[in-house]
Design a protein around this ligand. Structure first.
Ligand SMILES: [Zn+2]
Length: 165
């Protein structure tokens, strides 16, 4: 048995105030679990994305989460759970006024090919995205358009001031 207090797991750099990755903390080998706290405007993900291999479920503990999907936005309240199939595109947000607390569960651990669509101004299109640590900032994650190399987003640990990219 391995028992973990979620608050003891380090917060990662995400478009969310809090994302504590529990997979390694628990030593999970076949599934992924992440704990999220989204302030209004925050997001669960860096992009509108899909996983080739991993299916994913989101359980909302409190607040209202809104998932952008191919069928339009889907609102989820407390004690609701949603499953996204492989190759299904989604990006979850907090578009409400209250914080959102939620768990993301994915299996198997590997994603396979992950398409990450973000709007690129230079291309004037939704293009696939490369995510990496910022070359000029050790505590930031940046997104670059794979078509033209333009930066389309930048995030730091914790809550984002203003609009989350
Ligand atoms: Zn571009």
């Amino acid at each position: 048995m391995k028992r973990v207090s979620v608050d003891d797991v380090e917060n990662s750099i995400q478009p969310a105030a809090v994302m504590r990755p529990l997979t390694d903390a628990l030593g999970l080998t076949d599934m992924a679990i992440n704990y999220y706290e989204l302030e209004p405007g925050d997001s669960f993900a860096f992009a509108y994305h899909s996983h080739e291999v991993q299916e994913e479920a989101f359980y909302v503990i409190s607040g209202t989460a809104t998932f952008d999907t191919a069928d339009g936005p889907v609102e989820m309240g407390p004690n609701e759970i949603v499953r996204f199939d492989r190759d299904e595109f989604q990006r979850g947000w907090n578009r409400g006024d209250e914080p959102v607390r939620a768990l993301a569960l994915g299996a198997p651990l590997e994603y396979g090919t992950q398409v990450k669509l973000r709007y690129c101004e230079a291309c004037d299109a939704e293009t696939d995205t490369d995510l990496s640590g910022a070359a000029d900032d050790a505590d930031a994650v940046v997104a670059h358009c794979v078509e033209c190399g333009a930066e389309t987003g930048r995030w730091h640990r914790g809550s984002t001031d203003g609009e989350v990219p």
